[in-house]
Structure formats: C-alpha cells, structure tokens
Design a protein around this ligand. Sequence first.
Ligand code: C2O
Length: 541
Amino acid sequence: GDTHYYTFNVRMKKVTRLCVTKSIPTVNGQFPGPKLTVREGDRLVVKVHNHINYNVSFHWHGVRQLRNGWADGPSYITQCPIQGGQSYVYDFTVTGQRGTLWWHAHFSWLRVHLYGPLVILPKRTEGYPFPRPYKEVPILFGEWFNADTEAVINQALQTGGGPNVSNAYTFNGLPGPTYNCSAQDTYKLKVKPGRTYMLRLINSALNDELFFGIANHTLTVVEADANYVKPFTVQTLVISPGQTMNVLLTTAPNPASPAYAMAISPYTNTQGTFDNTTAAAVVEYAPAPARSLPLPALPLYNDTGAVTNFSRNFRSLASAQYPARVPLAVDRHLLFTVGLGTDPCPSNQTCQGPNGTKFAASINNNSFFRPRTALLEAHYQRRYAGVLLANFPTAPPHPFNYTGTPPNNTFVQHGTRVVPLKFNTSVELVLQGTSIQGAESHPLHLHGYNFFVVGEGFGNFDPVNDPPKYNLADPVERNTISVPTAGWVAVRFLADNPGVWLMHCHFDVHLSWGLSMAWLVNDGPLPNQKMLPPPSDLPKC
Ligand code: C2O
C-alpha cells in the first residue's frame, strides 16, 4: 500500500455560530477537521503538534490497530495525553477494512470540536459491491454549544445532575436555517438530477442519537461502521454517536422543486432535558431559499418503535468476497449491565441527581476510574500495581430485575478495572440495558475490534430462550451498537488483537460519569501475535 503523511496542528480559533463567537480548538484551523482519505492496506502517518493549553490525543474510531494500540489514542488508556507544546506521531496501517470511519479527540469532551472523516477506499483492484456512485460526500452530524464546553463538563461532573444541553445540531459544523441567526450557516449538497450519490454519514454528536431523512427522497443503506451490509431502503434512519453509515441517494430525474430539506432530530427516552431541536440542510438541484423548504417528516423524539424497526434491517453482506466471520464456538459468556447509577452527594455540595444523589454511570456496577498513567504501557511493562485491577466484575453484582423497578441502592463502586483475556478467546457479551434512574439507551463502542451483533431484544435477557434465536448466518459487524433502554444486545468477538482496549458509552456525558471498561488481551505465543513495541515519542504522563 501507499503511505499518507498528514500534519495536525492543534490551535485555538475563533468560530461564530448562532451569532455567538467563541475560541475553539481546531485541527489546522478547520472546523470540522480535515478529511483523511486512504485505501485499504495503506499506512497513515499523522504528526500531531499540540499548540493549545489543554491536553489532547486522537482516536481513529473503528480502525482495528492490529497489535498497535500505541496508535489508538484514548488518553490514559493507550497513551498519556499530548500536553500543550508537545507532539506525537500516530503511525498505523489500515488492514482488512474499507468504508467510512472517522477520527476525533479522545481527551475530556474535546471531540465536540475536534473531529473529521476518515475515508478508506477499497483496494484499487476491488470495486464496491454496488454500482459505483457518481459522487461521494461525507456528512458529519455534530452539536454546537454556545457555552464554553469545559464549563458544561464541569457542571455535569460537579453538580451531579444532567449536563447543560447543546444549542444546535449541525451538518458539517453548520446549524442551518431552523435556528436564529443561522440561515447563512447552512450546509448545501449540490446535486445533478438522476444521479446516485453516496453519503458517508458520521454521527459525531456528543450526547445524542439522531434521526435523519431527506424530504421526498429515500436512502439505501449499504454500509455500517466500515462493513458492507445487505442493502435496504428507508425514509428515515437513526444513527448513534460513534456510528457511521454509507447510504445511496438517487436524485430525482425531473425534480419538482429546485431544492429539498434534509433534517436531523434527536432520538431519546431520557427523563432529563435534552436538545430537542431539529437542524436542516439542503439538497440543492438549483439555488433556492433554504428557509422556506418543508422539512422531512422525522419520527418523534421518543419513537423507540421506529428505532427498533430500523435497526432490525442490518445484515452483513456475508458474501464469498466479504464473509461474516462470526465466532461459532464461545469460550467466555459474559453479561454486563449497562447504565446509570449514583454516588452519595458530598456534604459540601448540592447535588441534582435522583433523591439528592450525584449521577454516576457503570458497567456491572463498576464506575470506571481514570488511571494516572496509560494502561497499555503498564501492561507492556507488566507493572500493574497501583495502576489497574484485573477484577472487573464479569457478572452483575447482585441479580435483579434489570428492566423493572430499580433497586433502592444504586450506588456504584469506583475502580480502574479490566477483564483479562487470553489471546484468541472467543467472547459472547450480552449488554443488558437497565431501568435505573434516568434510563437511556447507550451506544457502546469497542476499541480495537469489530463485534458481530447476534441478537437483541427487550426486557431481561433470557439465557435459555434467547440464544437459540441468534443470527449466526449474517449478523451485522460493527464497532458501536446502541443498547436499548430496558432491553439487551448480544455481541460476539474473537480476542485476536493483543493490547488494552477501551469499551465505553459514546455519550460523552456517560463516559465522563464512568460508563467504561477495558479488555486486557494478552499476547499470543507466535511472534506475529504479540504487541508491537511502543514508539519512542510516546507521550509521558
Ligand atoms: Cu469514538 Cu473511545 O471513541
């Protein structure tokens, strides 16, 4: 393959949206950040220079980083953050993957501003398993806060209530005409009649799953998280933070209107506040005023039925060229409860969580505690003492009716806990959503791997009656899956990539409350089954 060199200069820049100007971190002065384009098998060398006063690190979301966790990017997991004035080079090869992925900052909530597309084209000798589109266009969905985001995080962590919500959703950084003082900041997709466009959709919003649709047009989904799927056509789709989706849009041969609106709006079942606005953008055949275009009909914010109907469509292509390599035998069965919990309110604070407690979040009641040094380095040096504990609970602490009335005591335990896995362990993981305080769905993202989604359902997972219904023939392969409120998802993966790999809720508010854990996958016996040595410029904590 080829080698692509990029330089990321992280600098503050003044940006204005909704008539509010604030200074935000950017990559090379761009917001959203630059698009990286490679081919399957190519090497990427991204030299990051941090010129801001915050720590930063970058994650190449969905890239498997085989044996090379050093390039994965989550701060304090695979590397110490890059401090102001420091540099680090991410050097990795994209192996066995093609499609749409993305990159984002992985320190605190910096990804609200630092994100961009990572396009992986098929090898030159391979086409797409569908007719070649006339044009390909990345569309990143995001969120804009008028307030300083550091203040929003601190508010969420310290008051112990829900965070202040965003002021707008965005298309490629632009809120569009439905917001005050924003019509001039409207994203326009210029099209020709009777052609097929491939939209590379990326949900980079911080805390919201989103519905998306285009008035008078249908969308054919062909890829999810850089894996081909059996094509299916919908009016509206839903996409969780962290997920990517390629959809084909065929334009009208004789459009009745010069332009049509596209829109995004939130899907949630939170009992707290959320950004209940709709952002619009334009599919433009010929210039037209964006303000007057009718919006596509999107489902109501709490339409779980629409979400379920949509997500059940996903099937791997499972063709001879792109087989679904789902593990058929399972070495380890694990059940993780995924959800929110609480901490006691410190006596010097007034907390805004349930019953005067402070919100926390957990997996199997463990709220992940950020270590003081990078777990991957500790693992490589086999120096675990004082850094991590290998006793992450592999079953819920006390069985209860996860989806019924929550228990009275929802206090979490805190710790930097990991699940150790032998190389090549085949894992089946049931992610059980709960009804604990403020229950929401949780988009769970796994670093270093894709998993196969073999089953999903509502209520409590039933270990006797649910597994026989699993789809082991063509389950979708993804890196992020939404665990429904009061429901469950079963995934399988083969632990063939040694290293320390984070798994977490891709709502940044839940991540900062501790909805996170890590897998510690040991080296295999062969030389090509061992972690690569760390690069010499790896940042220090
Ligand atoms: Cu896209 Cu750990 O994140």
